[in-house]
Ligand binder design. Structure first.
Ligand SMILES: [Zn+2]
Ligand SMILES: [Zn+2]
Length: 586
């Protein structure tokens, strides 16, 4: 995310940031008692945080927009000026802008940059901006949300107005259409609507997911697929406990580096923690035996449920939760095996992404390499070596990637894989992390070909990442209309009248024997209503059976999104769907 101190390089960023200044000016004109804080350009627009007692209403947003239009019409220019720190403090203190005063105190330089909009408005700002406000031709204010000064819950509560702004009216309209579509697909809405999952924040606690039968079936399908794929790729399955001694988390370094995210409690007066990661469990299994160089690599896979303390304010549907399950694996290997292991993981990840409908590197799939952060364990030499191994894997496979300086985990550099969904939004999924630190902390060795102990290297990796998050993404990507292989119910058989029930049962039997997930809708509702409801639930196939079908041993097939497909013999339909499932068509 971009922030106030970041340079705005593109014209669009400059325009958006300029629009945020105009918005702040409009707010100050309408409510002079309001204090302004910061207002950066962000991914899809801009925001500005205000300290105002009364909450902004939808009506207020309209008034602000109108006032902004008036300002823009006057085409005031954006001009940069400089003040000494002392002058700037006096200037903003005189205007009762306490937040700006606090910001100025933190500026290390003696010179402070101020941007003026005409003679009407001044803000503490490094810029850059567009030449004049008249360049803003397509903008819209979107929403109000609560925020905190400097993102800190202990500090002042602020109100954040989000807006967006584009270079043309057409771009703006396209964006608003995408936004509307995203709202329709919001998994927090679709999940309960399709009876997949829900949250019971009040009774059960925030950030914890309950899978209803259909959601549990979807998850089972994904998990079965993952287990099968991992066995095929020569991973071994392990299962490790959910709670582990505090001592173990001290050895792993989590107690020192990750404690604020963990749930601690006592068992027999000894501290324990719920696992926030699966690594220490897998390490104990590796350590249960002496390992020889020719046994490596050893790859342990677990659908491991972890719990992490997240602030209530950041919880968001399935995307940010307090308990989730990772498709987690740890690869224990020799130094000379890192690069080929990482290559294999990347290839494996690409295969899996393809099955979920993400096929094209560069378009649907993007790679990022993250390097050493400020807070880290291990030596700089080890970091250099690990980073090199990851980078040369990407280069070896000719995959384009970007570098995120300083964004690695505290225990090693990593490759992140980002997916782009049907609405063009990016989602973090797979991650591959090299780790030189944990092998050292736990003394993970193998016997080399000289019969001597040697330190190994560990690779942490997840492909979907959090299954919860991935399901949330899938719901939005497909808008709830899952490809047949994933759909919790693949077909609903609708007998026209009661007397067709016996035939419907036979069809159901045949399809179930062929591995399909089928139900019969025999409710005492009209045929049209049952078809409509099957469609609302986005079931891939609705199979209608009446006299004609029973006599000819067929079914009348309706495909979601495609309508009437005509009559098919039951066995032909079964073979077609089996093939569709097998190919994982989407
Ligand atoms: Zn600014
Ligand atoms: Zn791990």
């Amino acid at each position: 995310m971009k922030n106030e101190t970041m340079e705005y390089k593109t014209d669009l960023d400059k325009l958006r940031h300029s629009c945020s200044h105009v918005m702040a000016q409009a707010v100050k004109e309408l409510w002079p008692d309001t204090q302004i804080t910061i207002g950066p350009a962000i991914e899809d627009g801009f925001y500005y945080d205000f300290d105002k007692k009364k909450p902004f209403t939808d009506e207020d947003l309209k008034r602000i927009e109108e006032r902004m239009c008036q300002i823009i019409k006057r085409k005031p220019s954006f001009k940069q000026g400089f003040m000494s720190k002392e002058e700037a403090l006096k200037f903003f203190a005189g205007r009762h802008e306490d937040y700006k005063v606090e910001l100025i105190h933190d500026i290390p330089d003696e010179k402070v940059s101020i941007y003026k909009t005409g003679e009407e408005f001044a803000d503490l700002c490094k810029g850059p901006h567009v030449d004049n406000a008249g360049e803003i031709t397509a903008f819209k204010l979107l929403s109000v949300a609560g925020s905190y000064w400097r993102g800190d819950e202990r500090k002042a509560r602020l109100q954040r107005i989000y807006g967006t702004c584009f270079l043309s009216q057409k771009d703006l309209e396209d964006y608003l259409k995408r936004l509307e579509e995203a709202e329709k697909r919001d998994h927090r809405k679709l999940g309960p609507q399709l009876d997949l999952f829900d949250f019971y924040h009040e009774t059960a606690g925030a950030g914890l997911v309950f899978y209803h039968p259909a959601g549990a079936m979807l998850r089972k399908t994904i998990e079965d697929y993952l287990r099968e794929q991992h066995l095929k790729h020569e991973y071994q399955m392990v299962i490790t406990p959910h709670i582990l001694k505090g001592k173990l988390w001290e050895i792993s370094g989590h107690a020192e580096h990750y404690k604020q995210n963990m749930y601690y409690f006592d068992v027999d007066e000894e501290p324990f923690a719920v696992k926030p990661m699966n690594c220490p469990g897998h390490i104990l299994i590796y350590k249960s035996k002496l390992r020889s160089y020719n046994e490596l690599p050893i790859r342990y896979f677990e659908l491991g449920s972890v719990y992490r303390r997240e602030k209530a304010g950041v919880l968001h549907g399935l995307l940010r939760v307090r308990g989730f399950t990772q498709d987690d694996a740890h690869i224990f290997c020799r130094e000379d095996q890192i690069e080929s292991e990482v290559c294999q993981v990347i290839m494996f990840a690409l295969e899996i992404m393809k099955d979920f409908g993400f096929k094209v590197v560069g378009k649907d799939i993007r790679f990022e390499l993250s390097t050493r952060p400020d807070d880290y364990i291990g030596s700089p030499e080890q970091w250099g070596m690990a980073t090199h191994a990851l980078e040369s894997s990407l280069q070896h496979m000719k995959l384009p990637y970007e570098i995120n300086e300083g964004d690695g985990a505290f225990y090693g550099p990593k490759i992140d894989v980002k997916l782009k969904d049907a609405l063009g939004r990016e989602w973090q999924c797979a991650t591959i992390q090299c780790d030189f630190a944990l092998p050292q902390r736990f003394g993970l060795n193998y016997i080399n070909n000289q019969g001597k102990e040697e330190r190994l290297i560990m690779v942490h990796r997840a492909i979907l990442g959090s299954i919860e998050r991935f399901i949330g993404m899938l719901v939005e990507h497909y808008g709830g209309a899952f490809p047949v292989w994933l759909a919790p119910t693949q077909a609903v058989i609708i007998p026209i009248r009661d007397e067709h029930r016996a035939y419907a049962d036979r069809v159901k039997d045949d399809l179930q024997k062929g591995g399909l997930r089928v139900i019969i809708d025999q409710r005492n509702e009209s045929l049209n209503k049952r078809i409509r409801e099957g469609t609302i639930r986005k079931v891939p196939y609705l199979l209608i059976v009446g006299d004609k079908e029973a006599q000819a041993n067929t079914i009348a097939v309706r495909r979601y999104g495609k309508g009437d497909q005509g009559a098919l013999e039951v066995q032909t339909f079964l073979r077609n769907v089996q093939e569709e499932v097998c190919l994982k068509e989407s």
